[in-house]
Design a protein around this ligand. Structure first.
Ligand SMILES: [Zn+2]
Length: 84
């Protein structure tokens, strides 16, 4: 019989792909960090809002796509100090 409990299991974060342990009891963690949890919340929010938009012109649609593309350039890679 396996002695491994659900809170000892290794999970994979659906946002960053990192493996993490589900430490503690209670609800099983879905994300490796609060940052990944917040990213998922942001993505769900923006996706549901984008689905509800109906553009009156192709130009309006292109303007929003351009703005979202520009915003993607704000995403940067940062090495955390505690992971050196
Ligand atoms: Zn993650």
């Amino acid at each position: 019989m396996c002695n491994k409990k659900y809170y000892d299991s290794v999970l994979k974060c659906p946002i960053c792909g990192n493996d993490f342990f589900n430490v503690g009891r209670g609800r099983v963690k879905e994300y490796c960090s609060i940052d990944c949890k917040n990213i998922n919340s942001f993505l769900n929010s923006i996706e549901s809002k984008l689905i509800g938009i109906s553009f009156k012109t192709e130009s309006d649609k292109k303007a929003l796509k351009s703005r979202i593309w520009s915003m993607s350039n704000l995403i940067t890679f940062k090495i955390s100090k505690d992971k050196k």
